[in-house]
Design a protein around this ligand. Structure first.
Ligand code: PLP
Length: 381
């Protein structure tokens, strides 16, 4: 035996060694208690368990699996992805300067704009996939740089190592929303990021039945991480034990699901790119994509399950294609085992999303079935 760390497939399948100590069950139980016992001398029977607000063994087990997959020093779960986003920004002092990648997940942009306006935080939005533009924004000192790669729904790729370099020179920490990549394809902390965030509601859980968010850090002692951890404890933005247990269950198959979803997404992207009624396909796995070279460097094992496609024609034509799909569910979200399609312009009409853009989240179904479904939907009837 060497001391090499275990590989992701092993960490995930065995839930980082979590079993049930009380019953000897292979699968750990769900710990629902909100409070913990003291002995006759009034000492806590377990020093790390006092009250359930953020002291819960089921939550800790789920966090430990994600910590190991991420190669992180520490990991904290939150009740949603947005609660994890908010936890980072709430840790900033008033008057801070923040650089936010433009054109990313709309929920993040909207909340960050509102929050920064309320809190007197200077916000600059920049296309971080353009390394020159990001470097220019980082010429003045800053506190936080926030990027999302691959981005949703444009599938732009940010060079994490380069972003970390310019962010650190500006005195800022780099936070990466790697939801579309998952910890299986990209480990941003290894590339120089300070904190990585995921909406665990997406591929990490993977079964479209849990809302959760996660933050992992490289340096537990950093002031921002200390502030985030204290705020979660004091303000109580915690995940419930049942959700944490479902995550622990879902994540066991994450490497396997990601592998199949990436293969399917690439097959779907290649089919669509060659289709006469398709204007363009946005997917970092395609050599034609502007981010392909960077994605090939910083993603290993695939390019993710998310892609966008621009349909030739107009809004009505794009909606017609959506309406004809039989296997792709018409629904928002991404990263689940079942494929989804979304007409993003309908959801966020004022943010510059083309009316012909369809966002696909490719699941683990048979790739041939998915392609046949798209082929019949694209067919002019
Ligand atoms: C879904 C998503 C979020 C928000 O996560 P929730 O769990 O829905 O709150 C943040 N970032 C990205 C990239 C997402 O796809």
């Amino acid at each position: 035996m060497t001391n090499d760390p275990l590989k992701p497939a092993t960490i995930a399948a065995q839930a980082a060694g979590a079993t049930d100590g009380e019953t000897a069950g292979v699968v750990p139980g769900i710990h629902l208690s909100t409070t913990y016992l003291r002995d006759p001398d009034y000492e806590l029977m377990r020093a790390d368990n006092k009250y359930g607000r953020d002291e819960n063994d089921t939550v800790r087990q789920a966090e430990e699996v994600l910590r190991q997959l991420e190669g992180a020093a520490a990991t904290l779960l939150f009740p949603t992805g947005m609660a994890a986003v908010a936890a980072v920004f709430r840790a900033l002092p008033s008057g801070a300067r923040v650089i936010l990648q433009s054109g990313i997940y709309w929920g993040t942009i909207k909340w960050v704009r509102d929050f920064c306006a309320r809190r007197g935080i200077i916000l600059e939005e920049v296309d971080a996939a353009d390394a020159t533009a990001l470097a220019a924004a980082c010429r003045s000192s800053a506190d936080l740089v926030w990027v999302e790669t691959p981005s949703n729904p444009w599938l732009k790729v940010v060079d994490i190592a380069a972003a970390a370099g310019v962010a650190h020179k500006a005195g800022a920490i780099l936070v990466v929303d790697a939801t579309a990549a998952t910890p299986i394809l990209t480990r941003p902390l290894d590339l120089g990021a300070d904190i990585v965030m995921h909406s665990a509601s997406k591929a990490i859980n993977g079964h479209t039945d849990v809302l959760a968010g996660v933050l992992s850090c490289r340096d537990v002692a950093s002031s921002i991480w200390q502030a985030i951890a204290m705020d979660r404890h004091d303000a109580g933005a915690i995940i419930g034990p049942f959700e944490a247990w479902l995550l622990l269950r879902g994540v066991r198959t994450l490497p396997l699901r990601v592998e199949r979803m990436c293969a399917n997404a690439l097959a779907v992207a290649e089919f669509l790119e060659g289709h006469a009624l398709v204007e363009a396909v946005l997917y970092p796995g395609l050599p034609s994509n502007a981010g392909h070279a960077i994605a090939s460097r910083q993603m290993s094992g695939g390019y993710g399950s998310l892609l966008s496609v621009l349909i030739k024609g107009d809004r009505a034509r794009a909606l017609d294609v959506v309406g004809r799909l039989r296997l792709f569910h018409r629904a928002t979200s991404l990263g689940g085992v079942e494929s989804l399609v979304e007409h993003r312009h309908t959801i966020e009409p004022h943010t510059g999303i083309p009316e012909t853009l369809l966002r696909l989240s490719v699941g683990i179904e048979d790739a041939g079935d998915l392609i046949a479904d798209l082929a019949q939907a694209l067919d002019v009837h």
